[in-house]
Design a protein around this ligand. Sequence first.
Ligand code: AMP
Ligand code: MG
Length: 487
Amino acid sequence: MSAPAQSTVELDGRFARELAELAVPWRAQEVPDPRLLILNEPLAIELGIDPAVLRSPDGLHLLTGNLIPAGATPVAQAYAGHQFGWYAPRLGDGRALLLGEMTDRSGRLRDLHLKGAGPTPFARNGDGQAAVGPMLREYVVSEAMNALGIPSTRSLAVVATGLPVYRETQLQGAVLARVASSHLRVGSFQYARTRGDDGLLRRLADHAIARHYQAAADAEHPYLALLHEVTAAQASLVAQWMLVGFVHGVMNTDNMSISGESIDYGPCAVMDAFNSASVYSSIDEGGRYAYANQPLAAEWNLARFAESLLPLLDEDQEEAAALASEALGAFRSEYSAAWSAGARAKIGLHGDVDPTAASRLVNDLYALLQEGHVDHTSFFRSLGAAARGHAEAARRLFPKPEGFDDWLGRWRPFGPDTGLMDRVNPVYMARNHLVEEVLAAAEEGDLDPLSSLLNAVTRPYDERPGLERYAAPPPEDFGTYRTFCGT
Ligand code: AMP
Ligand code: MG
């Protein structure tokens, strides 16, 4: 059952009401002359908003936080976070506002949040601004992730503010309207815990359960069930990142969502040539958030989440710690199970294949990809053709194909399911060189390349003639890719 699209946007202020200690009522900066750069019409419709309303002058004022629907209380959310291992007790939304929650057409509660809405009391030394490039980047990557079937925050629109933003050069300002199943972060729990207010912590946990893990409310021990659920959600999420070669880049605890959605696409990147040591972020000097470290980083963050929950787990803190560590102990096996099942599917094997044989095949293949620095996305997609008897495209990706030939000979007798492979191995990814290209064009005022890339990456498994350049590895001269925080 779905309700008709409404012409006005209705927002609730549930987070602000239930968790006032974590919500600072705030107003967006004035944006006199907003200009719509991109609107996600299917998402608007999913939310029950008529896209024409968002395109109207009032719609643009809404999307920049300058027009507040009746009943809404825009707030900057307070949260803490471990940034590269160092604890910051007070981060919070320095340049973002939660406008409120809306009920989408399928009855789900979704946050509407504005990034780049001006400085808030959490801005510290930041200017509260966001530039067009990074906001369009988040738009493309988040929509690509969603289309891959990976839980992600969504992007509703990017609106240029007309205000200057000063980075290394002067840039155009923009606001990203982001939609998420919530903006509760591990850092939100750390903030509540650091305040030493167990009542607040309990309300926050209850809010998280009500929004994301309703079954936990009926569990014998709801807060322990919450920890189990969040652990499982993150194990599954990070396994999916790994399977498509996504590197988040800044897995600080403030950037880890309780819902299990990917959030905060700052310095993220997609791996082209396979290399488990891949790091793109210019500030990640130690490779803390390198591709292969992501499961460990997630587990570390979950341990911080568990610590924050300790007062709710048991009155006896030793008992609480024992319960927490048992729950966290599930992460490794859950991650391994999710990753192994996904990797088996990538090579077309179903669950009925002998697990030892399957994992030997998978591990040997990844060793070959690592050794040859083979293009990850192209390889797996072309492996489907190899199963159909056309191995040339896959072979060509290896500098020395002998090892791969040998592997093919061992793999083919398993009778890989090519239909399955084509459903799990994307053709099109928001590859770094493509993203950079469309952002450069957008900065010159040309948004057509952005639309074309979005057309490719929002149907990533559906190979279409004419889109070959969106499937190809980067040109030789693209060089080493670097990404930046503080965008
Ligand atoms: P991040 O790790 O990029 O998600 O951001 C870390 C923290 O910095 C968050 O509290 C952000 O709100 C804040 N922040 C990032 N950029 C700015 C900015 N330009 N102005 C104010 N705060 C910012
Ligand atoms: Mg963040």
